[in-house]
Design a protein around this ligand. Structure first.
Ligand code: PLP
Length: 390
């Protein structure tokens, strides 16, 4: 599509080829296989001499629409869609690493990513070192001659810490390693890691790309060679592909991504300010607040501060649970990136499996709550939290 078109336009207009039916909204192709006009055509397609669909584990038009649109929005050459965010991460590791290689990973990544690396990837003789997200010296010190991949999420969950993607890309490239950024919290509407030097962007499409909590999915975006060849190759054989129906939901979700992210940011910003002034709240974590340690970096690196707000309540776990249990509207669930606001107590849920020591190291205290601020009217979100804080 025309390079001069802007983000919102590309989110709505890219990644679609109208069929002969002249449909206005993109069609879903719920088909596992595709037919050939002749034995010769089948042979040519199997041999790769002629482009075209063969079997949905390799390509499907609906999935291809979504991939093209997300690649366009992230500014990447290629995108492959996966069955979930976790299978996107697994596919990257299987595609790009081998026994003896080394990963340096931020300590503040999605809990299951840590489990995947520690319990499964390490079994194959791939070492993983964990470092503090914002301490670049720790990243530099952890990188060795066999380091192949640096992996980070920014902003982090739940404390919204931010790392300088450009700096991290330099550390990776000076060591012939690749940088992968999990861009789940910002989405391309607020942050484009490839333009800052990252080699790969990973998504859990389950969150903001869907935006309404309906489907599980993921994606990897990056250069043609790495993504369309290496990562896609793992999916063809490994089979953790996205279903056409889910691809259609995400594809349509992208059409409103910019609009939704701006509204998430606006509600989150108001909530962060209101919480900051609340006498029962001792600390608020939100990159848009001037006292956030990486506020200036967030302003440079992101075009908005995101929809996740975490805060500490005076009175510890009991007070936190009281806030959670006093809500009437906000959903008590660990999911995020939904039009519906959600609330969770990380220390007893998402981070419950960590030891007390690991939790302290990660800064997840017993008095911390995380809200994924939804798109309801701000005053209703505020009032629902005010009840338990009163
Ligand atoms: C949810 C999440 C994942 C995992 O995605 P799934 O779609 O649940 O597999 C990965 N990274 C981040 C930051 C997430 O929030």
């Amino acid at each position: 599509m025309n390079d001069e078109l802007h983000f919102e336009t590309l989110a709505i207009r890219s990644g679609h080829e109208r069929t002969n039916e002249q449909e206005h909204s993109e069609a879903i192709f719920p088909t596992s296989s595709f037919v050939f006009n002749s034995a010769a055509e089948a042979a040519a397609k199997f041999a790769g001499d002629q482009p075209g669909n063969i079997y949905a584990r390799m390509t499907n038009p609906t999935v291809a629409y979504f991939q093209e649109r997300l690649a366009t929005l992230e500014g990447g050459e290629a995108c492959v869609a996966t069955s979930s965010g976790m299978s996107a991460i697994l596919a990257v590791v299987l595609a790009l690493l081998k026994t003896g290689d080394h990963i340096v990973c931020s300590r503040s990544v999605f809990g299951t990513t840590t489990v995947l690396f520690n319990n499964y990837i390490e079994k194959f003789g791939i070492d993983v070192s964990f470092v503090d997200l914002t301490d670049l010296d720790q990243w530099r010190a952890a990188v060795g001659s066999n380091t192949r991949l640096l992996f980070a999420e920014t902003p982090s969950n739940p404390l919204t810490e931010i790392v300088d993607i450009k700096e991290l890309a330099d550390i990776a490239h000076n060591n012939d390693a690749l940088l992968a950024i999990d861009n789940c919290f910002c989405t391309p509407a607020l942050q484009r890691p490839l333009s800052l030097g990252a080699d790969l962007v990973i998504h859990s499409a389950t969150k903001y790309l869907d935006g309404q909590g309906r489907c599980l999915g993921g994606a990897v975006v990056g250069g043609e060679e790495l993504v369309a060849k290496e990562v896609a190759g793992v999916l063809r054989s490994g089979g953790m592909v996205m279903s056409p129906f889910n691809a259609w939901v995400f594809h349509k979700g992208l059409e409103t991504l910019g609009l939704r992210m701006r509204a998430h940011c606006e509600n989150a910003s108001k909530l962060a300010q209101w919480l900051s002034a609340h006498p029962k709240v001792s600390k608020v974590y939100y990159p848009g607040l001037e006292n956030h340690p990486q506020h200036d970096l967030a302003k440079r690196q992101q075009s908005g501060f995101g929809g996740i707000v975490s805060f500490e309540v005076i009175g510890g776990r009991e007070a936190c649970w009281h806030v959670v249990d006093s809500t009437k509207m906000i959903s008590i669930t660990a999911n995020l990136g939904d039009a519906k606001s959600t609330i969770t107590h990380p220390a007893s849920t998402t981070h419950g499996r960590l030891s007390d020591e690991q939790r302290a190291e990660s800064g997840i205290s017993d008095n911390l709550l995380r809200v994924s601020v939804g798109l309801e009217t701000f005053e209703d979100i505020r009032d629902d939290l005010a009840r338990g804080l009163a």
